[in-house]
Write a protein that binds this ligand. Structure first.
Ligand SMILES: *Cc1c(COP(=O)(O)O)cnc(C)c1O
Length: 412
């Protein structure tokens, strides 16, 4: 592990924890600027998976034998760890899911099915990821409820006045992104939760981009649900966390039905287990969850405030240099931003830019970032996006900017 005490993080040091950044003889180093899509994995997470699959493997919550009991203890141990990581009051508020997409779908189906009816309203914002639009679109259509969208400003911030004006006695659910994957905006979540709570709404926060990059305390935020994905938090793919406040989970019916979530089953009628197991039908992604435990420990060893401080330095450097590039326009200039820099370059198709950067082993994301309504609102077809992580360096940023200049020479 790389760190000690409170010395600031340096990307040069952190990248040593990640085998993907090892450079072979005559190879170009990888400049990985797509952490917002998925993060790279530190050796400690890979080692944890190898050890579990190789030496400790057994299913959870079923066996009478040692391997299964020990795997169950590890799996439940990560639940307690995740509760502490997110500031939940108890491990029973933590449900393991496959990721943010599954988590929001589960809430929209299960909570929405039980709580939305004709005339009700669900409020989202104009900067949501498709994963926080489509499940609500369907839940509303099924219930005869209405989906309302809070507008954003030119800078890419939620228009709080307009957001407040949408809230009222019909508002059942307010679901919004904590840190926008397409703009980098950090929403004033506590304030928005407080406004939603004032009208009695239930609140879901999409924490896909925030969980690994900032301190998250669900109790302080006051939300009812918070979702995040393991693969964006230096952990394995195929697992994620759905936090649900105890009282809300207690009254929510299960979404998936099957094994290991029941109390008693007959052909006529069945009763279900208590939360969180009621929401984990079937064999869960237990190996991934155990790997996620190593990822959460890794994040805590770096320290989330130190991660945020280093990423802010990367963002500041990248923003300053990008603004000097002729024809570059940053999409998303909120006062409070996370480690995401989206932009367009006049005369250059973002897909061509992505391809040219890839030739130099620089990975960025191009396209619509699963946010087509937002792209429509911004009046752009697509943007290019660089996103930063503690393993990035100022040299990564410089390589990225130099490659943009080279691309301009070729394409403009
Ligand atoms: C990545 C992302 C999602 C979807 O997460 P999955 O891990 O693909 O399920 C949802 N919302 C935001 C803001 C994201 O960045």
């Amino acid at each position: 592990m790389t760190t000690n005490g409170a010395a600031p993080l340096r990307g040069e040091v952190v990248r040593g924890d990640f085998p993907i950044f090892e450079v072979g003889e005559g190879e170009r180093p990888l400049v990985y600027l797509d952490t917002a899509a998925t993060s790279q994995k530190p050796q400690v997470v890979i080692d944890r998976l190898v050890r579990f699959y190789g030496r400790e493997y057994g299913t959870v919550r079923r066996g009478a034998y040692r391997l299964s009991q020990e795997a169950t203890a590890m799996y439940e141990g990560v639940r307690a760890q995740a509760a502490a990581f997110l500031g939940a009051r108890s491990a029973s508020e933590i449900v393991f899911v496959r990721g943010v997409t599954e988590g929001i779908n589960a809430v929209a189906r299960a909570w929405g099915g039980a709580n939305l009816s004709s005339g009700d309203e669900v409020v989202i914002t104009a900067m949501e990821h498709h994963a926080n639009i489509l499940p609500w679109q369907r839940a509303c259509a099924r219930a005869g409820a209405r989906l309302r969208v809070a507008p954003i400003t030119e800078r890419g911030e939620v228009d709080l006045e307009a957001f407040g004006a949408l809230l009222g006695p019909r508002t059942r659910m307010v679901s919004f992104v904590h840190l926008s994957n397409a703009l980098g905006t950090v929403n004033p979540a506590s304030e928005m939760v407080r406004m939603a709570k004032a009208v009695g709404a239930t609140v879901l926060l999409d924490g896909a981009q925030s969980a690994a990059h900032a301190e998250v305390d669900v109790a302080a935020l006051g939300c009812d649900f918070f979702v995040c994905s393991g693969h964006k938090m230096f952990g394995p793919s195929g697992c994620g966390i759905l936090y649900g406040r105890e009282e809300v989970l207690a009254s929510m019916p299960p979404d998936l039905l099957g094994g290991e979530m029941v109390d008693r089953v007959t052909f006529e009628e069945s009763t279900f287990d208590d939360p969180p197991h009621r929401f984990e039908a079937g064999t869960p992604p237990f190996a991934q969850v155990i790997g996620l435990g190593a990822a959460l420990s890794y994040i805590e060893s770096l320290g989330r405030s130190r991660i945020a401080a280093w990423e802010a330095e990367l963002l500041r450097h990248a923003t300053g240099r990008l603004l000097e590039v002729p024809g570059a326009r940053i999409t998303g200039t909120a006062a409070h931003k996370g480690p995401i820099l989206a932009f367009t370059l006049e005369g250059v198709h973002s897909f061509d830019l992505g391809t040219l950067l890839d030739e130099q082993n620089i990975a960025i994301r191009v396209g619509q970032h699963c946010a087509q309504p937002l792209m429509d609102r911004l009046g752009v077809h697509a943007t290019a996006r660089a996103s930063f992580a503690p393993y990035n360096t100022l040299e990564d940023v410089d390589a990225f900017i130099e490659a943009i200049y080279t691309a301009r020479e070729l394409l403009v």
